[in-house]
Design a protein around this ligand. Structure first.
Ligand code: NHX
Ligand code: ZN
Length: 281
């Protein structure tokens, strides 16, 4: 959020920079004079006009640098640009540590495990995770947030709400169970995968079931072996369906997409194909 301090008109003290600072003159609904005036004045003040030089400090934040007016991002306007990436493993630990002080957790709850299971979560999402876990605890009239509460909260945030009223036949549940079992087995059998975490056939959001692994550390590059094994795990669900039922279902679409994306990257971006670089027509 934007914090405008000093002599800046006192009624604008907190807003999103992308609301005020959106590119001018490209028909953002039209008749947005007030916003343009605000932006123009802000630009002028940032240049040091209209106030004593140096008395206006503009601190702003945005997730949409791409929509900001060019005049705002030009050199001389903001002196410092600080990128705030999604928190890495250690940062997630520290963020969780901060928010977890507000609740009481049961023995056995490992901040490290929660942090490992939440790659790509923002600080706000981590805070939300603890809130959702606390709600789950409160709903069952308990006081201490346990491991299961955190699992529940994470699954809800990643996959969506449980679909408790969804009626499935035993046969459908069996297909899902074998499908997830296929992922799980390959995850455990292969040597270079992230450690297996859990499977569930509780339908959530669009998913009938999922299989989870837990990364032990942040990865900044992936080996060919790791990527190949990821593809094998992704295809393990469909493989199990075929082996057990001699049949397949449409549900494997996200796995196929996933596997295809990894393979495409391996071939097209990382040169991990035997063919690349050779003369082949
Ligand atoms: C449907 N869902 O859409 C039903 C409800 C093969 C046992 N008719 O691979 O749930 O079939 O290992 C992101 C997340 C498509 C994108 C979930 C795109 C789910 C999930 C379809 C298990 N687990 N498939 C899986 C599954 C489905 C789907 C998604 C997605 C199934 C499979 C969904
Ligand atoms: Zn699957």
């Amino acid at each position: 959020h934007t914090r405008l301090q000093g002599d800046w008109s006192s009624d604008v003290c907190s807003s999103d920079l992308d609301a005020v600072g959106r590119k001018r003159g490209i028909g953002n609904g039209g008749g947005n004079d007030e916003r343009e005036q605000t932006l123009n004045q802000m630009l002028a003040e940032m240049d040091g006009f209209g106030t004593e030089r140096g008395s206006v400090i503009v601190l702003a934040a945005t997730n949409r640098v791409d929509v900001l007016d060019n005049a705002l991002t030009r050199p001389g306007r903001f002196d410092r640009v600080i990128q705030v990436p999604y928190p890495d493993l250690e940062s997630r630990r520290q963020i969780l540590q901060v928010h977890i002080k507000n609740v009481q957790v049961a023995p056995g709850v490992s901040i490290d495990k929660i942090a490992r299971g939440t790659p790509g979560f923002s600080g706000a999402e981590l805070e939300n995770l603890i809130n959702e876990a606390a709600l789950h605890t409160a709903k069952s009239n308990r006081e201490l947030l346990d491991v299961e509460d955190f699992e529940f909260a994470r699954d809800k945030i990643i996959l969506g709400a449980e679909r408790k009223t969804m009626i499935q036949s035993v046969e459908e549940k069996k297909i899902t169970a074998y499908h997830e079992g296929g992922h799980a087995l390959l995850n455990m059998l292969l040597q270079n995968t992230d450690p297996f975490h859990k499977v569930t056939i509780m339908p959530r959001g669009r998913a009938l079931g999922v299989s989870h692994s837990l990364p032990e550390k942040d990865r900044y590059s992936h080996s060919r072996t790791f990527m190949t094994e990821r593809v094998q795990v992704a295809l393990g669900g469909l493989l199990a369906e075929k082996m057990i039922f001699n049949e397949q279902t449409s549900g494997a679409s996200s796995d196929i997409k996933n596997a295809t994306n990894i393979i495409r990257q391996m071939v097209c971006s990382y040169g991990m194909s035997d063919q690349i670089g050779r003369a082949h027509v």
